[in-house]
Design a protein around this ligand. Structure first.
Ligand code: UDP
Ligand code: MG
Length: 319
């Protein structure tokens, strides 16, 4: 019988763990799916990991790990993939905003041969205006940069073991799970779902953190910003040629004294472009620096009793 692993990154979700694990467990049992739940507590400051420990003692199909600090949801997802033993792995939020009833549909598609089953949002849940605007901007920028339609995509998806192994084999440190599963290819299917309201607690994203996320993901997946620097350079060269011609004409006509405004403007424009370009290049160098250091994506500080292997430090599979 095939095993389905469900990976649930959780950050300060003490109120959700019990409810989510019960809901998922009974749903899997009803549908006769052999399952395991993997909770990754992302350096939570509340009792999330204690809750995970408690539910794992009640149900041996629940396993979990705690990070030494907050490493972000991406790291949580990858730690979960690393721990998962399933023939297929579902990644979902642990606040039940990704409706669990979708999982049996994904499972069905997987049985019919799909290797990546993408959850596609058919309706976004209730969100504040600020969040909606920043998330909208985020997806527009991302779709442009990645040349993939990201507006409906989410981290809610099922991956076949083959795909999980491909993702785990990637050496890069700055990952973008959502786009990587596109990038990997394989036979894809989609299942649409409606985003539910959060049961307890509140969203961990702010406008600022979404912006940082957008920039980090854009630069980890696209070199377009670097090419933009070249385009900007060419535009300013064109502009300066036109100005040069104008200045020369004026000089030859003998009325070349004015033009101080032009000089100031030029200095500002060129200076601005240069600084922006250096900033973009600097950002990529920072990325290269981070990758070259080759630090692990996350550090695990504690695991539930039913997890075997090297527990402290980056997780290494080992029996
Ligand atoms: N999450 C995480 N680490 C973080 C932030 C969030 O593991 O640093 C988890 C969180 O516990 C939840 C999921 O990622 O299971 C989605 O987070 P949230 O519900 O806050 O985001 P939203 O649903 O508003 O996009
Ligand atoms: Mg949520």
């Amino acid at each position: 019988m095939s095993l389905l692993s469900i990976v649930l990154p959780s950050y300060n979700e003490e109120q959700n763990i019990e409810n989510t694990s019960k809901t998922l467990a009974s749903l899997m049992e009803q549908n006769g799916i052999d399952y395991e739940l993997i909770f990754i507590s992302d350096g939570s400051r509340d009792k999330t990991f204690e809750e995970i420990l408690r539910v794992s003692q009640e149900n041996p199909r629940i396993r979990g790990a705690e990070f030494s600090r907050n490493f972000g949801k991406e790291a949580g997802i990858f730690a979960g993939l690393e721990l998962a033993a399933g023939d297929a792995v579902v990644v979902m939020d642990c606040d039940l905003q990704h409706p669990p009833e979708t999982i049996p549909q994904m499972w069905q598609k997987w049985k019919e041969g799909a290797e990546v089953v993408e959850g596609v949002k058919s309706r976004r849940g209730k969100e504040s205006l600020g969040y909606r605007l920043s998330a909208g901007l985020f997806y527009r920028i991302m779709s442009r940069l990645l040349r993939m339609d990201m507006s409906a995509s989410s981290d809610f998806k099922l991956l076949d073991r083959k795909v999980v192994d491909v993702l785990l084999g990637l050496k890069e440190r700055n990952t973008f799970f959502r786009a990587l599963s596109f990038w990997a290819g394989f036979r894809r299917e989609t299942v649409s779902y409606e985003v539910q309201e959060r049961k307890y607690g509140k969203s961990k994203w702010s406008v600022w953190s979404l912006m940082r996320y957008a920039i980090a993901n854009a630069t980890s997946f696209s070199t377009l910003p670097l090419q933009m620097v070249t385009v900007m350079g060419m535009a300013s060269i064109l502009f300066s040629v036109i100005l040069a011609v104008q200045t020369l004409v004026r000089y030859l006509k003998g009325n070349s004294v004015e033009g101080f405004t032009t000089v100031i403007l030029l200095i500002l424009i060129v200076g601005g472009c240069l600084m922006l370009s250096l900033g973009i290049i600097g950002h990529y160098i920072a990325r290269i620096y981070e990758e070259v250091k080759g630090r692990p994506k996350y550090i695990i500080s504690r695991v539930t009793d039913n997890v075997r292997g090297d527990v402290v430090g980056a997780w290494h599979k080992g029996d």
